[in-house]
Design a protein around this ligand. Structure first.
Ligand code: AMP
Length: 459
């Protein structure tokens, strides 16, 4: 199978050749012909599968071959984060460099001027995050009335970030008749509902079971007390001589603190998260990619869309309480055919997060305990006691899912507090739901999983 066989023009096949792609990835092989045929497409592809080219190449071809001339954009690509938007735009520039098409990337946190100037001159393609795009539409700087192709990239993350209302508003500004391409790594009920409202008789392309993690990622989990996590991580990185380690924390504050501590341990580290300026994030990412720093500590949102070729290590310093986030996180490694390692440090209170993740993946992640000398012993299946799942941590927190604090079971006299961890996450994610729905140390004063003793890792 070659890119030419898929019906792509020479300008595009030459561009992918220049990028070093020798053959289409499975999602490209499936999606490109369907998109070229004008069909709506729904793509269930995990990260790192080459989905940007899967929609980017055919849409460039369609636009290049169209005879309709207008200064208004004919294609809109929506992405959840600035990083992903910038990265998708770069791919569009790379793939389309032999075509006479104009594009602009639009996101918040930077000045309006370059974006409005480009829009006034006329563009064929807009790659945008929803908020800033709406802002520009309201200022009548962006006119979406000629959009023929809509791409929703990482739709699941857009919903997680609370963009549903912005997306609905943007949809109202688009012509009814258009081609829709919808990509999401995971498919919750909400994602399916959004897809149903947008797509018409879509061709379904799926290259891996939904919610599956890349086969090439070697996954391990370690039972580690919260207080020991930093020293365990330091010694893993030093002893294993790991370079390019992407470490996930749940909060911005936690990311800063960990980066500083690792730096003190002699492991060069920087943090990226939503409170950092765009230029600080880009600088940190560039240093990481250039191997100038060893560790990049990131929150989920900041890491979304990072494209670091062949990233070898991903560490979950804290497990996400939304299991789908685990799939996204470890999708940063094992990309484009390379192998990778994903290590999770699991404290006592995170046992149920691990359980929820394994349930989603439909497989058990090898769990180890560390001896004092640093050797590890595997925790056998028989040592993993069944975990009470009545309060599944990944249940989104619609009011009916919110558990009322159970005063009889809760620790006596301990006030239900809201720590920096919870507030950090809630300010980064517009959707605050999960912060109250998970038994983190920050809200243990509220509800707790029945029968789960916090002193041991229950599953
Ligand atoms: P994506 O899933 O679009 O983020 O792509 C993941 C990575 O795979 C990026 O670094 C792409 O440049 C790379 N890639 C995309 N398509 C191919 C291909 N056909 N062959 C090799 N690498 C590819």
């Amino acid at each position: 199978m070659s890119f030419t066989n898929l019906g792509l023009r020479s300008e595009l096949t030459e561009a992918v050749k220049a990028k070093g792609y020798t053959e289409p990835s499975p999602i490209q092989a499936q999606a490109i012909p369907a998109i070229l045929a004008g069909k709506d497409v729904i793509g269930g592809a995990q990260t790192g599968t080459g989905k940007t080219a899967a929609f980017g190449l055919p849409l460039l071809q369609i636009l290049a071959e169209s005879e309709f001339k207008t200064k208004r954009p004919r294609c809109l690509i929506l992405a959840p984060t600035r990083e992903l938007a910038a990265q998708v735009h770069q791919s569009i520039l790379d793939y389309g460099k032999r075509l006479n098409l104009k594009s602009v990337v639009i996101f918040g946190g930077v000045g309006f001027n370059p974006q409005t100037t480009a829009l006034r001159r006329g563009v064929d393609i807009i790659v945008a995050t929803p908020g800033r795009l709406l802002d520009l539409c309201q200022r009548r700087e962006a006119n979406l009335s000629a959009v023929e192709i809509l791409v929703l990239d990482e739709a699941d993350r857009m919903l997680d970030m609370g963009f549903i209302h912005d997306i609905k508003k943007i949809l109202k500004l688009l012509p009814q008749k258009r081609q829709n391409l919808f990509f999401s790594a995971t498919y919750s009920r909400e994602v399916k509902k959004l897809a149903d409202s947008i797509l018409s008789e879509p061709v379904e392309v799926e290259v891996a079971p939904r919610n599956a993690t890349a086969d090439r990622v070697d996954q391990e989990a370690y039972e580690v007390g919260q207080k020991s996590k930093r020293s365990v991580l330091s010694s893993m990185i030093s002893r294993g001589d790991w370079s390019q380690v992407l470490v996930f924390t749940r909060t911005k504050h936690g990311a800063n603190r960990l980066a500083t501590q690792l730096d003190k341990d002699g492991i060069t580290s920087l943090a990226i998260h939503g409170n950092k300026s765009q230029s600080a994030r880009e600088r940190a990412l560039a240093s990481f990619k250039a191997n100038k720093i060893r560790v990049l500590v990131a929150t989920d949102i900041a890491a979304r869309g990072l494209d670091i070729a062949s990233l070898p290590y991903v560490v979950n310093f804290e497990l996400p309480n939304v299991p789908e986030d685990y799939v996204h996180r470890i999708g940063r490694t094992g990309r484009a055919g390379k192998s990778g390692k994903a290590v999770s440090l699991v404290s006592e209170v995170e046992g149920q997060h691990l359980h929820a993740i394994e349930k989603l993946l439909k497989k058990q992640i090898p769990l180890f305990r560390l001896k004092e000398n640093g050797d590890r012993i595997e925790v056998g299946s028989d040592q993993r006691r069944p975990f009470e799942t009545q309060n599944r941590p990944h249940q989104r927190n619609s009011p009916k899912n919110v558990k009322r604090p159970n005063r009889r079971r809760g620790p006596k006299g301990r006030p239900s507090n809201s720590t920096a961890e919870a507030s950090g996450r809630s300010s980064e994610r517009k959707k605050t739901a999960s912060s109250t729905a998970s038994p983190t140390p920050s809200n243990r004063g509220g509800w707790r999983p029945r029968k789960a003793k916090p002193s041991s890792l229950k599953r």
